[in-house]
Design a protein around this ligand. Structure first.
Ligand code: GGG
Length: 364
């Protein structure tokens, strides 16, 4: 549980916009948090430190962040991140050099990706399912298919016999902690339902261990209704039986894909928020929109800031400010209900218009 803030407190936050629209949306999130701090009657304030790490930094220094980058932000209360990826840097270099270096280096093993269906936003699922939808995808964020083990051999052989190995690591420890986290989360929600995503019919080592751990942990939570769904069937279920879902726990790769599908089904990837948590609080956690850097719209002022603003709310909740987080969520709903929407969700508003509307609807 997050500690409750009793005394006025200054939050020390590292802001890392990184690439492309990361700059627009981190700026938007900061404006909303600053407006909330100003309205909080001194309950909290924020001291932002901005870092220029990312693909531009790479162009100058040959690395995405300095060698002591993690040390520079290790004592912050949280990291507010934008997006990584730019056409001038190979995607695996930018991702591993910054976002994954922070997530894995700070053992942010639980990636929480709520999928919220907001009023005023047309969703491909709304006509198909009358019920209010509210899913949370819980992503294993430290190992699995993104553990980074592997290599390439015979590079450049003229007979094209090069090969590569990319190993997925599923440890009992890593699987148990994320599965237990997902059960605990399911216990806090009215439906108490947890869907486990697997592919153990084909991946007969790692995913069978994942399934075994799930079954063992499930015995500790008899109040939670569970199901086990193959990842391909789960993709279909997201579309065809959306009312069946509540909390979904999946491996690093599976949850990465499914959470993008979920947010697209909610209307746009631009709406999706996320928290990369180090639940033990030994290291800072990191909050970021799910979307990438979107080079096609970078600098045009039309990026949807709601994913980042929602991530700022998750950050405040994590830092012991649940009322402030709820105020942001309500302001987001009021903004979309009134039709202040960026082009990705069918509107004509700019990033600045949406940010202003959220700030105007903040009420503590
Ligand atoms: N703000 C999220 C972001 O920048 N994502 C870029 C990306 O490619 N992420 C891959 C991943 O989530 O593992």
């Amino acid at each position: 549980a997050a500690p409750t803030v009793d005394a006025p407190r200054t939050l020390e936050i590292a802001a890392i916009p990184a690439d492309g629209i990361g700059h627009d949306v981190v700026g938007a999130g900061r404006e909303v948090v600053d407006a909330l701090a100003a309205a909080s009657g001194g309950r909290f304030s924020v001291n932002w430190t901005e870092y220029d790490w990312g693909s531009d930094y790479y162009a100058k220094h040959g690395v995405m962040m300095p060698a002591d980058g993690r040390e520079q932000v290790a004592d912050k209360d949280a990291i507010f991140f934008g997006a990584v990826g730019w056409p001038t840097v190979p995607d695996h270099v930018s991702l591993w050099g910054l976002r994954l270096a922070l997530c894995q280096g700070f053992d942010q093993w639980a990636n929480i990706r709520p999928v919220q269906f907001l009023p005023g936003i047309t969703s491909p699922l709304r006509a198909a399912d009358e019920k209010d939808l509210d899913w949370i995808v819980v992503r294993e964020n430290s190992e699995g298919e993104y553990s980074g083990f592997g290599g390439r051999n015979f590079a450049g052989r003229p007979d094209h016999q090069e090969f590569s190995v990319q190993s997925a690591v599923f440890s009992e420890y890593g699987s148990e902690r994320i599965i237990r986290f997902a059960f605990e989360l399911a216990m806090t929600r009215p439906r108490r339902k947890l869907s486990k995503v697997t592919k153990s019919n084909a991946q007969q080592h790692g995913m069978v261990l994942w399934d075994d751990v799930f079954d063992r942990v499930a015995a500790d939570y008899p109040e939670v209704t569970t199901e086990s769904v193959l990842v391909d069937a789960m993709a279909a279920k997201f579309v065809l039986k959306p009312g069946d879902l509540d909390v979904v726990v999946a491996s690093n790769l599976h949850a990465d894909v499914l959470s993008d599908l979920g947010s697209a089904l909610a209307g746009s990837l631009g709406l999706a928020s996320s928290a990369n948590l180090n639940p033990e609080r030994r290291f800072p956690s990191m909050f970021e929109p799910v979307h990438g850097s979107a080079p096609d719209i970078a600098g045009k002022g039309i990026a949807n800031p709601l994913g980042a603003i929602g991530s700022a709310a998750l950050m405040l909740e994590h830092l012991g400010l649940p009322e402030e987080a709820a105020a942001i969520h309500r302001a987001i709903e009021e903004t979309t209900r009134r039709g202040v929407l960026t082009p990705d969700v069918g509107g004509t508003a700019t990033t600045a218009d949406v940010t202003r509307a959220v700030i105007d609807h903040l009420a503590l």
